[in-house]
Design a protein around this ligand. Sequence first.
Ligand SMILES: Cc1cc2nc3c(=O)[nH]c(=O)nc-3n(C[C@H](O)[C@H](O)[C@H](O)COP(=O)(O)OP(=O)(O)OC[C@H]3O[C@@H](n4cnc5c(N)ncnc54)[C@H](O)[C@@H]3O)c2cc1C
Length: 352
Amino acid sequence: MSNCYLIVIGGGAAGIFAALRAKKCNPDARVLLLEKTAVLLAKVRISGGGRCNVTHSCFDPKELTSHYPRGNKELLGPFHRFGPKDTIEWFQGKGITLKTEKDGRIFPATDSSETIIQCLLGEAKRLNVEIGLRQKIQTIEKTEEGFCIHLKEGESLHCKKLLLATGSSSQGYEWAKQLGHTIQKPLPSLFTFNVPTSPLKELSGISATDCELHLKGTSFRQRGPVLITHFGFSGPAVIKLSAWAAPYLFEKGYKADLIINWMPGSTPLPKRLMKKLKQDLHADCFRIEGKTTHREEFVTCGGVTLNEINFKTMESKICPGLYFAGEILNIDGVTGGFNFQNAWTTGFLAGS
Ligand SMILES: Cc1cc2nc3c(=O)[nH]c(=O)nc-3n(C[C@H](O)[C@H](O)[C@H](O)COP(=O)(O)OP(=O)(O)OC[C@H]3O[C@@H](n4cnc5c(N)ncnc54)[C@H](O)[C@@H]3O)c2cc1C
């Protein structure tokens, strides 16, 4: 039997960052992180095409929240307390050089996610965060003093405070439910549109830099670059639209009419595309019939219901001593470093 001040379940960006913060705030307290797999920070490793888009150079909290289809209202206060500037300072303070790309995305100067992983793991070691890998948790029990974690091997761990940072794992949602929370249905976000009948497929690879997209019959709109692919449409404006409309598109079985205004401004179109577009340039209609995962970054929308959480501390309003951070919450951002920023921010607050 083992006693801890804090047990963190989940060794992703949010869980590790929270554990580091907790140990920094309470150096003498025992902080134990339990991870079910054999590796920590697996998603950080594959993130941003192996480069890890750590955050985004958007420093106004209000503007920053506009990049979160879910969680924008709740994240405003947290971003005032720990925003992208703090993330940058945190990593720079550990000797990591970051660089900002033209579109505002921030990466380690090495262009390698390994830099971020080694930094976080080095800190965990330095601060003496205890880490248990391949941990199979059977049940979580609420006790008078806090929580009792029953492991499959028969051991029980006791803690005063418990943080669930299990990302989009169904087990994490299940524990949250057992401890009194409600879960918004987990659904995929950040995907591209399949348009099997698209007459533009032969132009696969061509981008139009300024288009306005609109899902017919809805208020979902986005403006930005569109990439023509061999299965339909991709590109920043499409991925963003998929995030904002994720629950709607799920409900419609990923079938909808996409209206594209190819030239909402004065940016000229690529010649081959211009030639091919026979219909109205300003209201071209395409039938979406399915989605494809955007391999560079995808997230789950849905998760722990936000009004059940105190966003000053990330503590549950329902179960005292229970905290949440990261993707387990019903928060998701568009691509560009916003999802990690959510993990750093909520992890920081939960660990504080
Ligand atoms: C391919 C890809 C690329 C991405 N690139 C970017 C990017 O460049 N920038 C960006 O901002 N976002 C990116 N994202 C999104 C980002 O990775 C996530 O938003 C972020 O990792 C969420 O962190 P988290 O700690 O909440 O969850 P996770 O990273 O999912 O971590 C959860 C951890 O909990 C563990 N766990 C789950 N269940 C249990 C259990 N029962 N017991 C113990 N442990 C458990 C998991 O094994 C995992 O280690 C990307 C996502 C993907 C899939």
